[in-house]
Design a binder for this molecule. Sequence first.
Ligand code: 13P
Length: 250
Amino acid sequence: MSKQSYFFANWKMYLDFDEANILANAIAAEHKKFPDHVKMAIFPNALSLYSAGQVLNDVGIAVGGQNVFWEDKGGYTGEISATMYKAAGCEYALVGHSERRHQFHETNHEVRQKMQAILEAGLTPVLCVGETKEERVAGKTDEVIETQLRSAFHELSWPAEKGLIVAYEPVWAIGTGEACDPNEAERLHALMKKMLNELAPGTLPILLYGGSVRPENVFDYLKQPDINGVLVGGAATKLESFMSILSNIK
Ligand code: 13P
């Protein structure tokens, strides 16, 4: 029997409103090919999330927000709260994605505030951590992951029964075609699992790998003992490669 696996797709800002809805409909039309052992979730842009979500939910695919703000309501022009995403039908929210950390200067402290808002809204976070190329070359990979994880859970007691997903996404592997060696990804997943045991005791965290996942390499990650699934960007924004990744999840 195949193990339960997770295929999460972050559409980032790659697709506009029409493109996101067209792709959601095209994926939904293939639902008879969805394997039972794969749990899927898609993170469309905030504008297409509701309409795409209705189509995707109907065929068992969950949706999530790409970024949330930590306050519920108020004078925060341009922001969307975790509770608003929840009300729009989301089950998940990405938090601390490296594009937010590095392009929008999101800090570990802000990630921590978002984690709390996500918890209170009843969403499941997909907390993203990962090192830059410079950090890896300087031998700081483990330290960076540890700091990002520790600060995300700082003075936050995660209820054992609440869902918890953590994605290891090395920054240098995202959108570059330079995917992380699966054994090295496994080493870091094992490290994260150990740390989460201490930071969020009693939870059974789901661990994902992200960064240049393709149909050809997806199973190299999924066959690792501590990797439960993948978080895919570019290759999940086209029907053909989306379905091809799915068919390679054995
Ligand atoms: P790519 O699959 O395009 O490398 O992106 C990974 C990612 O950032 C998913 O969140």
